[in-house]
Ligand binder design. Structure first.
Ligand code: C5P
Length: 276
C-alpha cells in the first residue's frame, strides 16, 4: 500500500509539472490551430447516431445530411442493425461514415476485420492503440491494401488511447500503469502515429497536448463537446464546440445535443455557426 501511495504521489507531482508547462504552451498552439478553423465548420461535425433502430438512424441522416460532415455508427447501432446499416445510411444520404468499432485483438484478426469493414465504404474507423504496434501496423497495411484493391480511398484510421471512463486511479491501481494519464495518452498517440494511423480520439482536455506531441497534421477527433446552453448529460469533462476547435480538434463528435434536440438540423446549424 505504501508503495502504491508513493507511486500515486509521484504520478501526481509529474502531472502537475506537465500541466504547468502545457498551460504556457497552449497560447502558442491556438495560433496554429486557428489555421484549421478555415475548414468548413459543418464538415467538422460528426453526429453520433446512438439509436437502436435503423429507421431512427435513417431519419436523423435525412434531416442532417446537409448540415454536418459525417455520421458515427457505434456498437449499439451496429449490433442492432448489422453491417447492412452502412448501406442503409448511405442510401439515406450519409456520404461519410465513422465506424466506431474500437477494434482490439491479435494483429491478424484486426487486419481481417479492417479488410471486411472497408468493403462497406467506411470513411473513418478506430482501434485501440493499446493493442500494440504490431496490431496497428497490420491494420494500417490492411486498410491501404484493401482500399486499393477495391479502388476506394483508404479510411482514416484513428487510435483510441485511454478511454475517458478510466481515471488516474484506475490507470494506476487497476491497469498498473505508473505514469500519469497525460504521459500514457501521449505515449499511445505517438505509437499510433509511428504505426501509420491518421489520428486519435481525444477528450477536449487532451487535444492541445496531443497537437504539441504529434503535430498539426495528426487528426484529433473529440467527443465530450457541449454547446454552452446544452445539458452536460453524463459527460464529465466538456468543452464548447468553439473551445474544442480553438485548441485544435479537427472533428467534434456530438450526439445528444443534436439528436435529442427538438429540431436536430437547427441544433447542428447553431453548432456550425459557433465554430465558424
Ligand atoms: O451524446 P454525446 O454527445 O455525449 O455522445 C458522444 C459520443 O461520443 C457517444 O457516441 C460516445 O460513445 C462517444 N465517445 C465519448 N467519449 C469518448 C469516446 C467516445 O463520448 N471518450
Amino acid at each position: 500500500m505504501q508503495c502504491l501511495n508513493s507511486t500515486l504521489c509521484r504520478a501526481r507531482r509529474q502531472k502537475n509539472r506537465f500541466d504547468q508547462r502545457l498551460s504556457g504552451e497552449v497560447n502558442l498552439l491556438s495560433v496554429s490551430a486557428a489555421r484549421k478553423v478555415a475548414k468548413l465548420a459543418k464538415e467538422k461535425i460528426i453526429v453520433a447516431l446512438d439509436v437502436d433502430s435503423v429507421e431512427s438512424a435513417e431519419g436523423l441522416v435525412r434531416s442532417l445530411r446537409d448540415e454536418v460532415g459525417a455520421f458515427k455508427v457505434g456498437l449499439e447501432l451496429f449490433n442492432s442493425a448489422g453491417t447492412d446499416i452502412f448501406r442503409r445510411l448511405k442510401d439515406a444520404g450519409a456520404e461519410r461514415i465513422f465506424y466506431d468499432a474500437k477494434f482490439h485483438d491479435i494483429p491478424n484478426t484486426v487486419a481481417g476485420a479492417v479488410r471486411a469493414a472497408i468493403k462497406n465504404g467506411i470513411w473513418m474507423l478506430n482501434l485501440h492503440a493499446s493493442g500494440g504496434a504490431e496490431m496497428m501496423k497490420a491494420a494500417a497495411k490492411a486498410a491501404k491494401e484493401s482500399a486499393a484493391e477495391a479502388n476506394l480511398d483508404p479510411p482514416k484510421l484513428i487510435g483510441v488511447t485511454v478511454l475517458t471512463s478510466i481515471d488516474e486511479r484506475a490507470l494506476s491501481v487497476e491497469l498498473g500503469v505508473t505514469d500519469p494519464m497525460n504521459c500514457q495518452v501521449v505515449r499511445l498517440a505517438r505509437l499510433a502515429q509511428d504505426c501509420g494511423l491518421d489520428g486519435v480520439v481525444a477528450s477536449p482536455k487532451e487535444t492541445a497536448l496531443l497537437h504539441l506531441a504529434c503535430g498539426n497534421e495528426f487528426l484529433i477527433v473529440t467527443p465530450g463537446v457541449r454547446p454552452a446552453a446544452a445539458a452536460v448529460d453524463d459527460q464529465k469533462r466538456v468543452m464548447t464546440p468553439a473551445e474544442a476547435v480553438k485548441v485544435g480538434a479537427d472533428y467534434i463528435v456530438v450526439g445528444r445535443p443534436i439528436t435529442k434536440a427538438q429540431d436536430p438540423a437547427e441544433a447542428a446549424r447553431a453548432i456550425a455557426a459557433e465554430i465558424t
